[in-house]
Design a protein around this ligand. Structure first.
Ligand code: IPD
Ligand code: CA
Length: 273
């Protein structure tokens, strides 16, 4: 049986092969887009998504692991003799619009779980493919940024906070409940790759990240979920309940992530007003 440490080595190898794919693809972003159809997560597939997914699947096959891969593009892929032993939850490229527009902020996100629920995730990696920064976590062993232990922000006052909010294709209903909060946020951000933005909460770069659209796929969030938890940051539903969604490309999630419980409570209080 693979240990969690074996898995982190495998995920790091996946990261290395994806990193090698990026520079040649970046040179081709100006070429007319090719139609690769719609992915399992419902978005148009881009070349970079497919290349990254194939590279990761091939690396997992090479490592001779048995697992069920749940990916945003192809959906479910079973490899090895006992694929139900492990689940690998994958967003090959989070922030693929940033990639195609030349905005230097996108990531690969890979989580390993013993089942299809978020709390089963035991090993995770989110790689910032531009800045050579890799976030990793192993359950009960902490969260790391390039092998240095990370902790979230200690800023407890909302007035001093830098907060990410995903408003991308938001609907009037959630926009309305966010409106009062938005005008109070002193430093508002959204960079376009939620897995990475959640890692920014884990390492204290920002103080919180809010996505209550109900549009983010659980495949985008799975790895960052463990990284956040292991850093001691908070991630919950708006009601303060744990996230229990199934990990699947079609499964969507809404959440508030915060560096500490004080910031979390202030956000939830503002949103419920
Ligand atoms: C997207 C990014 C983006 C968020 C979208 C996601 P993708 O992921 O995380 O920030 O607003 O909802 O779909 O499609 O590039 O993997
Ligand atoms: Ca993606």
């Amino acid at each position: 049986m693979r240990t969690k440490n074996d898995w982190i080595t495998i995920l790091e190898n996946c990261n290395k092969v994806v990193q090698k794919k990026i520079p040649p693809l970046l040179q081709k972003v100006a070429e007319p887009p090719v139609d690769y159809g719609i992915g399992a997560g419902g978005d148009l597939i881009k070349k970079v998504d497919l290349e990254a997914e194939t590279a990761i699947v091939n690396t997992l096959k090479k490592a001779k692991v048995s697992c069920t891969i749940i990916s945003e593009e192809t959906g479910t892929i079973k490899i090895g003799k006992t694929p139900e032993e492990n689940y690998v939850i994958l967003d090959p490229i989070d922030g693929s619009t940033n990639f195609t527009r030349g905005i230097p902020f996108y990531a690969t996100s890979i989580a390993v779980s013993k089942n299809q629920t978020l709390d089963g995730v035991h090993t995770a990696l989110v790689s910032d493919l531009i800045h050579n920064i890799t976030y990793t976590a192993i359950k009960k062993q902490g969260a790391y940024k390039n092998n240095e232990k990370i902790t979230p922000s200690k800023i407890k006052s909302f007035e001093k906070a830098t907060i990410g909010v995903d408003l991308n294709t938001d609907q009037p209903k959630t926009l309305k409940s966010l409106a009062k909060l938005l005008i109070k946020i002193p430093h508002l951000r959204h960079f376009g790759a939620n897995a990475l933005e959640l890692c920014y909460v884990a390492d204290g770069t920002i103080d919180a990240f809010i996505d209550i659209r109900g549009k983010l796929r659980t495949t985008d969030l799975a790895a960052a979920f463990l990284i956040l938890k292991e850093s001691n940051a908070t991630i919950m539903t708006l009601k303060g309940d744990p996230l229990t969604e199934k990990m699947a490309p079609t499964e969507k999630i809404a959440f508030v992530a915060a560096g500490n419980s004080q910031i979390f409570s202030q956000i939830v209080k503002e949103l419920s007003n």
